[in-house]
Design a protein around this ligand. Sequence first.
Ligand code: TYD
Length: 142
Amino acid sequence: MKLLKSRAPTLIDFTEVPSESGNLWFAEVDQQLPFLVKRVYYIVEVPAGAERGAHAHKKLDQLIIAIKGSFVVDITDGVNNWSFIMQGPDKALFLPAGGWRTLRGFSEGSVCLVLASECYEADDYIRDYEEFLKWKSKEIEA
Ligand code: TYD
């Protein structure tokens, strides 16, 4: 697996294979991907002005790709803040466990593809921001 220098949110480049019959993009575990993908989901038809996310994951790492259109991903670890404008299939946002994320500003017709390191586990979510801050402070102490 690709070893990243830090566990901060970061952009990962996919590789393009362009052709006259369309462009193909890929990433492989031994090259660009920082984890083995166990689950895939995508979000479509987000109404104008709607937000997704507003939660953190305790263990789950994710890669977020704007396969079509654009949207914004805001992340905080309680101290540091990041904001990424995702647009197009050339880059994935590596979103490591432990960041509170909100997705907003979806353009009409946009498609958000998510690659996840684990299968779905409801217990891995923190959906309350105050609880998230308490969990982070315990994590820092540990
Ligand atoms: P959620 O992760 O909260 O979506 P978002 O971050 O985009 O707002 O998931 C929304 C709902 O879908 C929630 O009830 C859990 C369910 N869900 C699954 O059943 N399986 C999955 O793989 C995912 C991602 C969500």
